[in-house]
Design a protein around this ligand. Structure first.
Ligand code: ITT
Length: 196
């Protein structure tokens, strides 16, 4: 019975598709955030921005919301693009080109993805978790799957970019999947408390 409304507080198609798969066994009636809703991501951390998005959308719609703030932190660039990952350039293609150009002088290609998830009900933060995934930035894009920086992020120990993996594998080892592993038991507790 899919009867509990949950708004996915995101306008990023790639994330929304991943959440639809991650949440498929939960009894949620998944909704998307209103088109054109502008949210100022003024936080300095992924966690702060996830909170801002979850609270803003939940207050706007009146249902529970789940927000994701995520991004790529590159060691040689002092952690950039970090919380500015989506604002780094105007399209996935341009973001990747800019990243490869900025990293060109460096031999250290270490990077990590971070994903902060927040579930809110109005002003109230109900759940917060963070997941990570470590890897290296490749010298050119590889693979066609996924979204964002997936074609240039090679996962440590796997020798493949996220874009070369099928989604099942990205879910098992990726930052969003790792965050979701922490979110899952908390969501189950929340559902139990809502049913009481
Ligand atoms: P919402 O705020 O509406 O959710 P957004 O794309 O602006 O959408 P963020 O502010 O969290 O989301 O920015 C995250 C950016 O980091 C995203 O646009 C991608 O460029 C990148 N990113 C996050 N997760 C990723 C993943 O799994 N694979 C590739 N790139 C990812």
């Amino acid at each position: 019975m899919n009867n509990i409304p949950l708004v996915i507080a995101s306008s990023n198609e790639g994330k929304i598709k991943e959440f639809q798969k991650l949440l498929q066994d939960f009894p949620f009636n998944l909704k998307t955030q209103p088109l054109g809703l502008e949210i100022d991501e003024t936080g300095k951390t992924f966690r702060e921005n996830a909170r801002i998005k979850a609270i803003t959308v939940s207050k706007e719609i009146g249902d529970l919301s789940l927000a994701d703030d995520s991004g790529l932190c590159v060691e040689s660039l002092g952690g950039a693009p970090g919380v500015y990952s989506s604002r780094y350039a105007n399209s996935d293609k341009e973001r990747i080109e800019k990243l490869l150009a900025e990293l060109q002088p460096f031999t250290n290609r270490k990077a990590k993805f971070e994903c902060a998830l927040c579930v809110a009900s109005g002003e109230n933060v109900l759940i917060e978790v963070t997941g990570f995934c470590e890897g290296l930035i490749t010298f050119s894009p590889k693979g066609k799957n996924g979204f964002g920086y997936d074609p240039v992020f090679e996962v440590s120990g796997f020798g493949e970019t996220f874009a070369q993996m099928n989604y099942k594998k990205k879910k098992q080892i990726g930052h969003r999947g790792n965050a979701f592993k922490l979110l899952k038991p908390e969501l189950k507790k929340l559902l139990t408390s809502l049913a009481d």
